[in-house]
Each structure stands twice: as structure tokens, then as C-alpha cells.
Design a protein around this ligand. Sequence first.
Ligand code: ASP
Length: 315
Amino acid sequence: MKLLIHAGAGNLSRDSDLGQLEPQMIEGLKIALETGYAILRAGGSSLDAVIEVVAGMEDYPLFNAGRGSVLTRDGSVEMDAVVMDGRDRQAGAVACVSTVRNPVRAARCVMERSPHVLLVGSGAEAFARDNGCVIVSPDYFVTPEMYAYWSSMPERSTPGLEISAGGVASKHGTVGAVALDLHGNVAAATSTGGLLNKISGRVGDSPIPGAGTYACNRSVAVSFTGTGEHILRSCAGHRLASLIEHKGLSVPDAMTILLAELTAIGAEVGMIAISPDGGWCVDFNTTGMLRGSVDANGSIVTAMFIDGAVRRMAG
Ligand code: ASP
């Protein structure tokens, strides 16, 4: 069994406001890893583990998912989330939701209680409410820090990440988890507020099975973070799975190829992946990525920057 998590990749520096928050960020990762470890150790499914881990990270206000999500150009929060089960490639997702406290739980409801894969906007929110998900005011998600940052941005018409090097905007704080359970099954979940300053209605890679998230017991469970448009148009999740399934590559070797391809088209990206045979890898092409792992004996590894820690983690 093994669990890998991320809380976003980006061009981070220790001197930035965000860099100063490293201890709190690492604490958030450790709490998530402990949650997932307890589930997996007790024989729980990889599906349950990734959902509980991601729900906890959605509640943690320093990550760009659930409370603490980045704001759109209009100053609102619009979140996307997905879950995928490697046993049968069942998947559920929601996009552009602003009132569901834990979008990843709504994604699970879509998978288990609807005939569909992806619901968006008000329809997704009504479905989540009708299926017992906790609904909150849109204000719940807006932290004072994120509002202050958004208000101070000089140019709110510029979407995305280039607004201030080293600041909040240059870090992609999406959260994700992939797990291999004691029964040999893999699963993946990803949740995000998307890109800071995005146009309202924009949906990125994260909630799209085969793009920002994928899970199949024949190959791999993977969750991405980074510039979503690049990941989306590369069908990156399915591409990684295909390299493993059809070319017979290991997870680290397939990730080397995919990372080079994504870098070549200008993506800033990070990814975590694990296969049913236990092969796994965490890698990124930015200066930092919030990342962590826990293995069968409970040993936890976490890191935020490259310095002092190896960039790639693999097994
Ligand atoms: N990939 C996410 C998106 O484009 C952003 C991120 O990973 O931070 O919505």
C-alpha cells in the first residue's frame, strides 16, 4: 500500500509570502497523509482514502481547493473536483461549484448516484444538496488573505499565473491524492479552485478524467497540478496510462517522457502517480511542489522546494 499527495506546484521561492508559510503547508500535508494512512492500514479502499484525504485538504485554508481557493476575475470562487476508481474506471466530477463545502464528496455522489460523469454549476450544486452534501455560503471559501491578494492585484484582466513571480499567483495550489490499497486497487482524486483570475465559467484539467486525473488498474492512478490548459489539451492522464499499458514502461520512465512533452509546450506542471504493481513517481518542472508520501510502515516524507530535497521521488 502507498499514498501520494500534492498540494500544487509552482515557481516558488522561500523569500515569497508563500514560502514563509512552508511550516504550515507541510503540516497540512502531514495531516492529510495521516488521514489516508489510517484508512489504508485498516484495509480501507484506495477510493475511500483519496476522497477523505482530498476532503481534508479542501478544508485546510492554505491550499487552493475548497476553503482558501483562488478567486476568479469577478472575485468569486468556482471549484472543480473529480474522483476515479481504478477497479472499473468509474468516475465522477463536478465543475464551477461555489456552494458545495467539499467538492470531492459531490464528485463521489455523481459517480455513485447518477448515470453521469460530470455535472457543472447550479445543476451540480442542486444534485450535491439533494444527495446530502454540505452546502455553505459562497463567502465561506474566501479567506481574508486570498481576498486581500486579489484586491491588490494591479491588473485583474490578466488571467492565470504570471501576475507576480513568487507570490500567490505563481503557485498552483490544487490538491490531489493517488493511492494503492492492500487489495491491489488504485484510485485518484483531485480538487481545485483553478487558476487565479480565471474567467468565470472556465474549467481546467483537474475534473476531466484522462486529463488532470486518471485511474485504471491496468496501468496507473495519476493526479496533476499546473497550468491546466496544457494538461487538458495533452490528455495527460490518459497519455501516462497509455505509455505504461501499451509501451510497457515503468511509472518513472513514462513520467520522464510525459514531463518532457509537457515542458516542451510550455506547461508548468507537477504530477503524482502509482500503479497496482507498486511502481510510483512524483515529479515536476517548477521550482517547488508541495508533495508527500506515506508507505506501508507509516513512514512519511514531505517537501515543498527542490533545495534540500530531491526533486523526483520514485520507487
Ligand atoms: N490545474 C489546475 C487548473 O488549471 C490549477 C492548479 O493545478 O493549480 O485548474
